[in-house]
Design a protein around this ligand. Structure first.
Ligand code: HEM
Length: 266
């Protein structure tokens, strides 16, 4: 069977430059600025063809029946981006020092740094928001049957994203290094240690040795701010590539071959 090749989706009208009104010769400073921006983007695009990729990613046909539940994936992504941005600012002041330095740096962020309490609050509450959103998104893809052929690989990538997100919450919880986070993490690491075969190795790895000590905090910090965010960003990229390549599934109550009514077609 010959492969069906669809034409590239058109750019929406409002993104195309408007033609000048007849007789208007004056050029406003704003037009000059816009023109400079367009030239700069054109310069980069001529050398990279990045706009083709952006069009492929953004101007896609979506199935009939697409609804608000389809925004849960992007919401999870924005929660992740917010965590990344607020995390960078927290890292400017945080010290992974188990001898009181970590606790003191969090106290300093909350009480002394300009907007510190706000940024810390966004990061702390944002982590719960991300966990809630990821579960809602997973429920949407499950109940809409989006895990079926040909999207199984995207479901598997999703499972990895879920485990990494939960690991972010687990490793982040220790960082304030107060009584609550210390004892909660000891419980968590011990639970990990009860796993079959890999359990004891896993808990040793997390503790950075047989005892819970100063290096445990540095290890959790490195895992929390370098290892997992890097893996999350890479996997989100792969996840979105597959979403763009395969398209999203129609809701289960929409029949694939349902005839489109005449008035809907117009
Ligand atoms: C950091 C976490 C995640 C991000 C940022 C993310 C992002 C997205 C986005 C933007 C979409 C496009 C459609 C939509 O928003 O519903 C999508 C689709 C999808 N996601 Fe995720 N996702 C994440 C986690 C997960 C998890 C945990 C699973 C399941 C275990 C999953 C499975 C899927 C599947 C199967 C699709 C295809 C949906 C369809 O074809 O209708 N994702 N994801």
């Amino acid at each position: 069977m010959p492969k069906l090749k669809l034409p590239a989706p058109p750019i929406p009208d409002r993104l195309n430059p408007r033609p000048k009104r007849p007789g208007s010769t004056k050029t406003k400073p704003l037009d000059v600025a816009a023109e400079a921006g367009i030239s700069a983007i054109d310069w980069v695009d001529e050398r990279t063809s990045l706009s083709q990729g952006a069009r492929w990613m953004m101007f896609r046909k979506v199935p009939k029946g697409t609804n608000w539940f389809y925004t849960l994936g992007s919401s999870t992504m924005f929660a992740f981006l917010s965590q990344a941005v607020t995390g960078v600012f927290l890292a400017m002041y945080y010290r992974p020092d188990a001898a009181g330095g970590a606790y003191e740096s969090i106290r300093y962020i909350n009480n002394e740094v300009f907007l510190g309490e706000f940024v810390h609050g966004m990061h702390k509450w944002g982590s719960s928001v991300m966990v809630i959103l990821i579960f809602l998104h997973m429920a949407r893809t499950f109940f809409f049957g989006a895990y079926k052929y040909p999207r199984e690989l995207n479901w598997v990538i999703g499972v990895a994203l879920l485990i990494l997100t939960m690991s972010m919450s687990f490793t982040g919880y220790l960082l304030p290094f107060d009584q609550r986070s210390y004892w909660a993490t000891i419980v968590g690491v011990n639970i990990n240690g009860t796993g079959p075969l890999v359990g004891p190795y896993l808990s040793d790895f997390l503790r950075a040795g047989p005892e819970f000590g100063a290096t445990t905090l540095s290890r959790f910090y490195a895992i929390h701010m370098l290892l997992i965010p890097g893996a999350l960003a890479a996997l989100i990229g792969a996840h979105l590539y597959l979403v763009a390549k395969l398209g999203t599934t129609a809701p289960p109550w929409i029949k694939a071959d349902a005839p489109v009514k005449r008035e809907e077609r117009a």
